[in-house]
Design a protein around this ligand. Structure first.
Ligand SMILES: CC(=O)SCCNC(=O)CCNC(=O)[C@H](O)C(C)(C)COP(=O)(O)OP(=O)(O)OC[C@H]1O[C@@H](n2cnc3c(N)ncnc32)[C@H](O)[C@@H]1OP(=O)(O)O
Ligand SMILES: O=C([O-])CC(=O)C(=O)O
Length: 374
């Protein structure tokens, strides 16, 4: 095999690493489909549970299949006293992404199917993770604030229950809908860094909890999922719409990244941004606070005009989650609660037709040499 420097694609830019039937990212039309359905249609007309079923099964559920899926998810939400105890032992200033990464690893220790990498076992484990991740995120977040955990409520939808376990109350239906839309938009996106991490771990024959633990670690990074938190920190730092343009000029002067902008695949706009922006605007109306969306509008217009760079999904999701009442460190964990669906679909797909993922590197270190005399 040739080892030509010209063949190196740093960051694997443009490399097609495998086939996948889970989703299709189409930068030429700024569009995205899950199992063939346009993501904006799914977001508008389906629930997150239906989309989770679709990603895992290839087809949308009928009424009975959806009822079974919902029942299965809702009845698996409780976490053990042992995990609650572990969570209470986390440092109070631990980032919730580190907390959920550790909790998922612990859930692997407890799971009766941990080491079984067969497809039926992986599906059972995926359902348990989907159901328990919100409970663990909420327990860790509440413990860090000195608050007691809230028991999950099986009578609530996935989205309603997320608010219930984190905040202890379920907001108005339009807020729940906006959150559900965000979960659908975040659920799946091809071979992004965290999903590729999950597939790489799976390719070694390792189990789902290992793959998801690694994927969470990858998602935390500010160039990936961590950007939704960084966006809200940025907006908070700017403070008011009048300061947005000047603040941005300062970033340009320092050649600094502007969080929530740019994308490895989309160069002319992220398929999910128009839908998420619309729902973030609705949240601004509900809350009666237009400041964040006004700042966002100015930043997006300036970035496009001066740099020709479009926002990605994390840009409207950040202020949307803030307006829904979530603390900033919960934003990327919410991404985890959603993306577990895409990760599991890819783990199942990778296992079904596996080959070890193992690229090459071109060596640039010292030439071969003799050991010093000893
Ligand atoms: C859900 C998600 O994970 S979406 C991604 C979330 N991440 C972010 O929002 C972080 C900010 N964005 C970025 O860091 C990048 O755009 C990435 C990591 C998402 C994509 O990176 P790449 O594909 O390697 O970037 P790309 O090659 O398109 O960059 C082209 C040019 O635009 C610049 N650029 C790209 N994004 C940004 C940005 N957010 N702010 C300022 N400049 C940027 C690059 O610095 C580069 O400039 P150069 O040609 O002068 O070196
Ligand atoms: O596709 C990517 O590289 C990042 C992204 O938007 C996602 O994971 O949703």
């Amino acid at each position: 095999m040739s080892e030509n420097l010209n063949e190196i694609r740093k960051g694997l830019v443009g490399v097609v690493a495998d086939v996948s039937a889970v989703s299709k990212v189409m930068p030429e039309t700024n569009s995205l489909t899950y199992r063939g359905y346009a993501v904006q249609d799914l977001a508008e007309h389906c629930s997150f549970e239906e989309v989770a079923y679709l990603l895992w099964n290839g087809e949308l559920p009928d009424a009975a299949q959806l009822a079974d899926f919902r029942k299965e998810e809702a009845s698996n939400r409780a976490i053990t006293p042992a995990l609650h105890q572990v969570i209470r032992a986390f440092p109070h200033d631990a980032h919730p992404m580190d907390a959920i990464r550790t909790a998922v690893s612990f859930l692997g220790l407890e799971d009766p199917d941990t080491a079984d990498t067969s497809e039926p076992a992986t599906r059972r484990k995926a359902m348990r993770l989907l159901a328990r991740i919100p409970t663990a995120i909420a327990a860790a977040h509440r413990a860090s604030k000195g608050q007691a955990p809230v028991d999950p409520d099986p009578s609530l939808s996935f989205a309603e229950n997320f608010f219930h376990v984190v905040l202890g109350k379920v907001p108005a239906p339009e807020v729940v809908k906006a959150f559900d839309v965000s979960l659908i938009l975040y659920a799946e996106h091809g071979f992004n860094a965290s999903t590729f991490t999950a597939r790489t771990v799976t390719s070694t024959g390792a189990d789902l909890h290992g793959a998801v633990t690694a994927a969470i670690a990858a998602l935390k990074g500010p160039l990936h999922g961590g950007a939704n938190e960084a966006v809200m920190h940025m907006l908070t730092e700017i403070g008011s719409p009048e300061k947005a343009a000047d603040w941005l000029r300062g970033r340009f002067d320092h050649k600094a990244l502007v969080m929530g902008f740019g994308h490895r695949v989309y160069k002319n706009g992220d398929s999910r941004v128009p839908t998420m922006t619309r729902y973030a605007e609705k949240m601004a109306e509900v809350v009666g606070d237009r400041r964040w969306m006004e700042m966002s509008r100015i930043l997006a217009a300036e970035m496009l005009e001066k740099k020709n760079i479009h926002p990605n999904l994390d840009f409207p999701a950040g202020p949307a989650y803030h307006l829904m009442g979530f603390d900033i460190p919960l934003f990327t964990p919410i991404f985890v609660a959603s993306r577990i669906t895409g990760w599991a679909a890819h783990v199942i797909e990778q296992s079904a037709d596996n080959r070890l993922i193992r690229p090459l590197s071109q060596y640039t270190g010292a030439a071969q040499r003799e050991l010093p005399h000893r």
